[in-house]
Write a protein that binds this ligand. Structure first.
Ligand code: GP9
Ligand code: MN
Length: 425
């Protein structure tokens, strides 16, 4: 009881989201189409292989007058990979330091995005052409209130349209439209792509750019599959227009996590033309995050630091839904007054001025390590805050502490009261 009180107080003081900006409610009553783009990292944006753009569609989309783009948006996932990114977005809590929270704590009490949206009369669904129990999604989705999961059984796979992990993204989007059209509106629908996944294999006749040429087969393969998925997104936008769904929707694109690990640093350093030290490693954890609002016309790029932890309060803000008694570790990306760090699950972090990784504090602007002096490192105060926040998130999950907090009235419940409620339910 007292622990959840302490954590709630911390969240109210450091990560509350009641500031209203001009964008509050801009997506009110619109459909939200959220696309989780498998393994997509920012380092391919605006880059080429043999004179051909890797991601021409996303390159244009981020510059569109109808798009808000956050180039300094970081993934914050750990071993739970895609499922960790889903957990971050749905709950604005951190995934666990070990294991996948989707497996280990799927029946906890949460106040997840789909549950909040259901109360606001949204229809909520997930589209993903994989086995429904992968990452224990079927259990978790049921617990956090999705109305429907269109898993691989909703799709038709054949020799032509599947390889590697299964149904290819182009067929996945194309086949989804018929279901999407039938959904009650407004809806919140999450799409999880799959083709651009390790080991990034693609039949040659589906590749429209060359592989990269380095000592890493993985990085080499990464380029044509990134291009393939970029093309599938372009097709999807067109399909949404053709189906008459585009105008009444906002479309959010987010990379779920890195696809290129540190094993490929040599090849990455060749591609990026710089050494991959701790600083560059952290910078490479940036993944695409764009909010496309048809007809918005005031699109721009926000350079501030943001992360997956911030997505839930940001979406609720755009949808015009008050924070009320909700709790989150993230802060609305549009707010002036925001928490001043983005924490990674391994304890590294980014602030306006610093990047911290493996006990080195780097100047964020120059990428140079800050000279050791007798004085305390400027990263030290942030290090403490990051540890505290990650620890609080872990405590909530390990102890299933949100059971003791009533999201309807913001009051705390004793163990006895919770047991009474559970009995009567
Ligand atoms: C599997 C897909 C990929 O369903 O989400 O999982 P990942 O390996 O990226 O976590
Ligand atoms: Mn993934």
């Amino acid at each position: 009881g007292s622990e959840v009180k302490e954590i709630e107080t911390y969240m109210r003081e450091n990560t509350s989201n009641d500031e209203k900006t001009d964008l509050f409610g801009i997506a009110k009553d619109k459909n939200v189409i959220f696309v989780s783009v498998e393994s997509m990292q920012n380092f391919v944006l605006d880059e080429e292989v043999n004179g051909k753009e890797i991601t021409p569609f996303m390159n244009d989309l981020k510059e569109s007058k109808d798009t808000i783009f956050f180039p300094n948006f970081y993934h914050q996932t750990a071993q739970g990979k895609t499922s960790d990114s889903e957990f971050l977005v749905e709950n604005s809590m951190y995934p666990l330091p070990r294991g996948a929270v989707y497996f280990t704590h799927a029946s906890n009490e949460y106040n997840s995005l789909p549950e909040i949206l259901n109360e606001e009369d949204y229809y909520t669904s997930v589209y993903h052409a994989n086995n429904k129990s992968f990452w224990n999604r079927d259990s978790m989705y049921g617990n956090i209130g999705y109305d429907k999961f269109f898993d691989e059984q909703s799709f038709e796979e054949n020799e032509e349209n599947s390889f590697g992990w299964g149904l290819e993204d182009k067929a996945f989007f194309e086949q989804s439209i018929k279901y999407l059209k039938e959904q009650d509106q407004p809806f919140y629908s999450k799409f999880i792509t799959l083709t651009h996944h390790f080991p990034f294999e693609l039949p040659e006749d589906k590749a429209n750019i060359d592989k990269y040429d380095s000592n890493s087969r993985t990085l080499n393969n990464y380029m044509p599959t990134a291009r393939y998925t970029d093309e599938s997104l372009e097709d999807f936008f067109q399909q949404l227009k053709d189906a008459g769904l585009y105008e009444d929707s906002i479309i959010v694109l987010m990379g779920d996590h890195y696809g290129i690990s540190d094993f490929h640093n040599k090849a990455m350093s060749q591609f990026q033309g710089k050494e991959i030290d701790g600083y560059q490693h952290v910078q490479n954890q940036r993944v695409p995050f764009m909010i496309h609002i048809p007809g918005y016309d005031k699109g721009k790029q926000y350079d501030k630091i943001t992360g997956q932890i911030d997505v839930k309060p940001t979406l609720l803000h755009l949808m015009g839904i008050d924070e009320g008694n909700d709790l989150s570790f993230g802060t609305n990306m549009f707010a002036e007054d925001r928490k001043d760090f983005i924490a990674m699950r391994d304890g590294s972090f980014v602030t306006d001025e610093y990047v911290y990784k493996s006990e080195v504090c780097y100047d964020r602007e120059t990428g140079e390590p800050i000279e050791e002096t007798a004085e305390e490192s400027p990263c030290a105060p942030f290090q403490e805050k990051v540890e505290k926040e990650l620890g609080y998130s872990d405590s909530l999950i390990y102890g299933d502490l949100l059971r003791f907090y009533n999201f309807d009235d913001g009051k705390h419940q004793t163990k006895e009261e919770v047991e009474e409620l559970e009995k009567s339910a």
